[in-house]
Design a protein around this ligand. Structure first.
Ligand code: SAH
Length: 344
């Protein structure tokens, strides 16, 4: 089997290079080309001899995604559709912010978590992405940008549940964050989870990264209605794990709260949320539901959203209302569905 260089650590690359009978410095050189040079073929590695490139090509692979389509929204949000080698599709979304860009990447093709409001859940889980397929999303997009240095933030908020694909996500994170990898700051990379408690604990021990939690309700009944995962890991165990999660200096845990009309948007829900998050360093992102025809849930009125926010702010929480970007091209939260995009 060919070596999969974008998914390997520096140490693994060094071991592989040695097996190939090459001097150790080649490992760093290769990684330089992959993660800084953003190449998608050995041919582009111009300071490596033709013979060596041929040997590398025979024994290793570096390109995993085929860019099938890009769509640009009125608000400049860009959605990339990628085809995997086995025919599944994933989506990646580039979001312009003030002065920089955030890239929203996928960790699985499809998703097994079954959240009632999310379109990705409809297709079920196709498979986990490999570490290299995760990193390759960043490389492909960065390569296509006119100002690649302005891509500063990465969020694992695309298709899939990253903590259900722990090992490959952790590997990808280390190549995204390490200095001799893509050199993103661990302060600007955020992993978002629906709340897999044992994996949250493991993440805290093993990886330095910002954490976001899709909470979406502050009582077990409502949360289990919206998110079946809550039947396995109820709020009490989730909050206990979050209280122990090691936060980087001055950092907070981000809580995403999708507001669903008549389900989790009452004053009483906001007050419950305040009580639940008491004692946690928390900031809250309120996301009015992005509706779609297959789901019988609706967003609240704009006044409701403001009132909900007001209650949180009165209790000294940072609470932002997230305007969903890219709605016109189905690139907003909960609208990613690579499988369907192929039929569009
Ligand atoms: N599985 C991870 C990563 C996906 S993040 C997680 O659950 O955190 C995707 C975010 O979009 C989640 O916060 C989810 O609550 C939100 N979301 C899903 N469907 C949505 C919809 N229809 N409208 C608004 N937000 C939605």
């Amino acid at each position: 089997m060919k070596a999969d260089l974008k998914g390997m650590s520096l140490a693994e690359t060094e071991a592989w290079v040695e097996e190939q009978g090459l001097p150790a410095y080649r490992a760093k050189q290769l990684r330089q080309w992959l993660f800084k040079g953003l190449v998608s073929s050995f041919r582009e590695m111009t300071n490596i001899s033709k013979d060596l490139r041929a040997q590398l090509e025979e024994n290793a692979r570096i390109n995993h995604l085929v860019q099938v389509k890009t769509q640009v929204s009125k608000d400049r949000t860009t959605k990339f559709l990628f085809k995997l080698e086995d025919g599944h599709f994933i989506e990646t979304v580039l979001i312009p912010e003030r002065g920089h860009f955030t890239l929203c990447i996928s960790s699985q093709a499809g998703c097994a978590m079954g959240c009632r409001f999310c379109l990705t859940a409809r297709q079920g889980l196709k498979r986990n992405l490999t570490a290299s397929e995760i990193v390759d999303q960043v490389i492909h997009v960065k390569r296509s940008m006119s100002e690649p240095d302005r891509l500063t933030n990465i969020v694992f908020m695309g298709m899939g549940e990253p903590l259900a694909n722990f090992d490959d996500v952790a590997r990808a994170l280390s190549n995204l964050i390490s200095e001799e990898g893509m050199n993103f700051s661990h302060r600007t990379v955020t992993l978002s989870t629906c709340g897999l408690v044992p994996q949250i604990r493991r993440l805290g021990k093993e990886v330095r990264v910002n954490l976001a939690v899709s909470l979406n309700a502050a009582d077990d009944e409502t949360r289990s209605f919206l998110m079946p995962v809550n039947r396995k890991y109820a709020l009490k165990s989730l909050v206990a794990a979050l209280k122990e999660f090691p936060l980087l200096n001055q950092r907070m845990i981000t809580f995403e709260y999708v507001l669903v009309g008549g389900v989790n948007d009452r004053d009483e829900d906001a007050r419950r949320l305040v009580a639940l998050l008491k004692g946690l360093r928390a900031k809250i992102n309120l996301i009015p539901l992005n509706p779609h025809p297959d789901v019988d849930l609706a967003p609240p009125s704009p006044e409701r959203v403001l009132r909900f926010q007001e209650i949180l702010i009165q209790h000294h929480f940072t609470a932002m209302i997230r305007k969903s970007k890219g709605q016109d091209i189905s690139a907003a939260c909960g609208q990613l569905s690579g499988a369907r995009a192929s039929e569009q």
